[in-house]
Design a protein around this ligand. Structure first.
Ligand code: CP3
Length: 330
């Protein structure tokens, strides 16, 4: 059985499985080579290109256990008509406002507009060797809605916070809507060959403790309940979520203490924790940081998947990935 699936089903592991967030991306010279000829949206929307770059990290690093579909969490709002473009980060031509009428948006049509994602996923799953798996993913409703309302990378969360103070009902309507689309979207990824999925709540830290209970948890709970695949929750910015959301694995960033995570989530597989910045450290320092993590998770019986605490940076030295893989697979 593939190591990622084994860890997600909490079975005893003989080897530590591994994949990297943003493994398909700018740190790879072969990605930059293709990227020269296309803009990023063309790459997402052309299944043959998306398939090729999804497979690139597995070709270069055969020890990686899973492919993550080359797509983006903001493709759903794009398919809803918000007009995604990239200009020093993601932006929307038509950010969401409380005046927008969600009932005029047809969920089936939105899903149809995303057919290119499912086509790419099918291509990847057919191309993968039997020992590798395809991971699907989507953004968490709160994180995606933050981009939709701010219209760009949220820095202060000015507008989205104003919206939850002034029109919280409208925000809940939007989150409910995004949740339903996300469930359909992930089910289609499953039909196209994804065997597990990750939800990115990258902006968990923008909410207070009470607000997380209101704007994050209920929607995550619904997604993990409705999508019949093992789910991984990435909870960003040093935050730890509630235990009862229905995920199999918790992907943590580098700010948290693994001891605390093990104690709070004894039944959950853990993923991540290496600071992606450490990949620029000299080899002995990087090796020490990886070994410390491995030592710490050794007695966590519910499973561990190696990953960084966030996506790989564009400057990541390819050599650092070899260093990590050689260590964890030895
Ligand atoms: O390899 C993989 O991880 C798979 C593909 C993937 C992408 N985006 C491709 C991408 C995944 C899983 C994502 C998730 C995503 N997208 C998140 C959640 C993870 C996180 O970072 O917290 C978020 C917040 C986004 C939104 C987004 N898309 C941002 C902030 C950016 C960076 C903008 C920039 O110019 O660097 C993107 C663009 C993006 N998505 C790239 C890739 C490979 C950059 C590609 C390029 O310009 O070549």
């Amino acid at each position: 059985m593939n190591g990622i699936l084994k860890a997600l089903s909490h079975q005893k592991q003989d080897q530590i499985p591994c994949w990297f967030m943003r493994q398909a991306g700018r740190f790879l010279p072969e990605y930059r080579e293709i990227r020269k000829d296309y803009n990023i949206l063309q790459m997402f929307k052309t299944p043959a290109l998306a398939c090729d770059v999804t497979l690139q990290p597995l070709q270069r690093f055969p020890q990686i256990d899973g492919a993550i579909l080359f797509a983006d969490i903001l493709l759903i709002p794009d398919a809803m008509g918000l007009g995604l473009y990239f200009d020093e980060g993601p932006k929307f031509q038509n950010p969401w406002t409380d005046k927008m009428n969600l009932s005029s948006i047809d969920i089936h049509q939105v899903i149809q507009n995303l057919q290119y994602v499912f086509d790419a996923a099918s291509k990847v799953s057919h191309a993968l060797t039997k020992d590798k798996v395809l991971l699907g993913f989507a953004g968490a409703p709160w994180t995606v809605a933050s981009y939709m309302i701010e219209g760009k990378n949220p820095d202060e969360f000015h507008f989205v916070k104003k919206m939850i103070y002034q029109h919280s009902q409208k925000v809940h309507e939007l989150l409910e809507f995004m949740t339903d689309i996300t469930i359909q979207y992930l089910k289609k990824q499953k039909d196209s060959g994804a065997v597990a999925f990750q939800i990115f709540e990258s902006w968990a830290g923008s909410l207070t403790y009470e607000e997380r209970k209101e704007f994050s948890y209920p929607y995550l709970r619904k997604i993990f309940k409705e999508v019949d695949l093992p789910g991984i929750l990435y909870y960003g910015q040093g935050m730890l979520p509630s235990q009862d959301l229905g995920f199999e694995a918790l992907s943590v960033d580098w700010r948290v203490s693994l001891d605390e995570v093990k104690q709070k989530f004894p039944q959950k597989c853990i993923q991540g924790n290496l600071d992606p910045m450490a990949l620029q450290a000299p080899k002995p320092i990087l090796e020490k940081k990886v070994k410390d993590i491995l030592e710490n998770v050794k007695n966590h019986d519910a499973g561990y998947i190696f990953n960084c605490g966030h996506g790989l940076k564009p400057w990541t030295p390819v050599e650092s990935i070899h260093t990590i893989l050689n260590l964890i697979k030895s």
